[in-house]
Design a protein around this ligand. Structure first.
Ligand code: ADP
Length: 459
């Protein structure tokens, strides 16, 4: 049984978890940095504990402070959300040692899937299709080049510890390989403290299609269908939707089965995501598994009617999944835009500052997951995402019409405050996107052919 949950996160996901706890009758404990003292999670949780100054290194990433707060508040479980410590196997292990339930898979699974080369090896044994690449990390630039030549250029050099699109470089030919290898290595060392790299064939203009997994602690694993997250900038997702306009029902079945196999290979428990790339000929390839709740989980919730965060909590409380694969129905279309305080006209530079006027869209088929309000100060210390605007409808076209309408209503105003709403709106209106033709190259092409004025809010 779980009575009380500490939320080791901030912002919209902390609020999302508090809401799920409340509906399940579980008490919630927020932890916060000095910068988040006035935040909604702090106000709405049953208890709140300060864990340090604004810098995340000194607060949300400080495992020992979070564990001390958990001891003081006497919680049974910790929900890590996404980002921060959510995929930190060491932290999950510390929780296990302290007899506090980490809401996610076992630390051994996080470790196994957190190393992308090991993850490839693990799911390969279960015959899940894989992007051709190196067997494990490459020891040196020379070995990397040998592998690249054998699989054929272009290749993508990736950090085994990678995440958030960092530590990744494409090499189009042997001459460019050395420089790309070095840059990826430096970036990986800096970002993850681990410079190990592996090589994959670079798939030309693929779609990023991922499957949501739920697995209880009694051996049952189901998938909740896919999300198409091809609209990305610098390998970071901006717009996600479910179902994918690219998948036939047969492909959905085949890929869903492969995703469940990948989860079985990892002896997975709780919510997770199996990510695939799909090429123009509809071949699909495993790229990685994320062992946490994803930012974009809401679109799956709107399509299936299943509350993923509540499922995470009840799975952690050792309950059995109440449904099986056949009873999961995909009934609507849903789409999400990540609303960020950033300036699309100025290379998407983060744009922190105070929101003077905030009005969130509403009406039928609109959901806004956000922690901000009029008077809220967007801190420069954290991610620039301030809200997730989700719409849904009976079909894709209705969901998109609704998204366009909702983006048009959204007001986030403040001195020198910029946001990406006009940018998202321009994409939603774009005929290429409307036709369901976006691949991971889409945003780059879209930016090249779209004048900046399209992204400037009307005065
Ligand atoms: P991260 O963990 O940093 O998010 P992923 O492995 O999930 O990295 O890849 C992120 C994105 O990078 C993918 O959605 C895709 O756009 C691109 N990418 C990754 N691997 C390949 C590949 N082999 N070929 C083409 N694009 C790739």
């Amino acid at each position: 049984m779980i009575r009380k949950v500490l939320i080791a996160n901030r912002g919209e996901i902390a609020l999302r978890i508090i809401r799920a706890c409340r509906e399940l009758g579980m008490k919630s404990v927020a932890v916060y940095s000095d910068a988040d003292e006035d935040s909604l999670p702090v106000q709405l949780a049953d208890e709140a504990i300060c864990i340090g100054p604004a810098s995340s290194q000194e607060s949300y990433l400080k495992a020992d402070r979070i564990l001390s707060a958990a001891e003081i508040a006497n919680v049974d479980a910790i929900h890590p959300g996404y980002g921060f410590l959510s995929e930190n196997a060491e932290f999950a292990e510390q929780c296990e040692r302290c007899n506090i339930k980490f809401i996610g898979p076992k630390s051994a699974t996080i470790r196994q899937m957190g190393d992308k080369a090991v993850a490839r090896e693990t799911v390969n044994k279960f015959k899940v299709p894989m992007v051709p690449g190196s067997d494990g990390p490459v020891e040196s630039e020379n070995e990397g080049l040998r592998v690249a030549k054998s699989i054929g250029f272009p290749v993508i050099i990736k950090a085994v510890a990678g995440g958030g699109g960092r530590g990744m470089r494409v090499a189009h030919n042997a001459a460019a390989f050395g420089k790309s290898f070095e840059t990826a290595k430096n970036e990986a060392e800096k970002a993850f403290g681990n410079g190990q790299l592996y090589i994959e064939k670079f798939i030309d203009s693929p779609r990023h299609i991922e499957f949501q997994i739920l697995a209880d602690q009694h051996g049952k694993i189901v998938h909740l269908g896919e999300r198409d997250c091809s609209v990305q900038r610098r390998h970071q997702k901006i717009i996600e939707e479910a179902p994918s306009p690219f998948l036939s029902p047969e492909m959905r079945k085949t890929m869903g089965r492969a995703a469940v196999k990948a989860a079985q290979a990892a002896e997975y428990q709780n919510a997770g995501t199996v990510e695939f790339l799909v090429d123009s000929k509809k071949n699909f390839y495993f790229i990685e598994m994320n062992t946490r709740i994803q930012v974009e989980h809401g679109v799956t919730e709107e399509v299936t009617g299943i509350d993923l965060v509540k499922e995470q909590l009840t799975i952690a409380a050792n309950e059995k999944l109440a449904f099986d694969q056949r009873s999961i129905k995909f009934q609507r279309h849903s789409i999400e835009c990540r609303i960020c305080a950033e300036d699309p006209v100025n290379n998407f530079l983060p744009s922190p500052g105070e929101i003077e006027l905030y009005f969130a869209p509403g009406g039928h088929g609109v959901r806004v997951d956000s922690h901000v309000y009029s008077g809220y100060k967007i801190s420069p210390h954290y991610d620039s995402m301030i809200s997730k605007l989700i719409t849904f409808g009976r079909n894709r076209s209705l969901a998109l019409d609704r998204m366009e309408r909702a983006l048009g209503e959204y007001i986030i105003r403040g001195k020198n405050l910029r946001n990406n709403i006009p940018f998202c709106r321009a994409i939603i209106k774009d005929p290429v996107f409307r036709a369901g033709k976006a691949t991971t190259r889409y945003v780059e092409d879209f930016l090249a052919r779209t004048p900046n004025e399209m992204f400037t809010p009307k005065a």
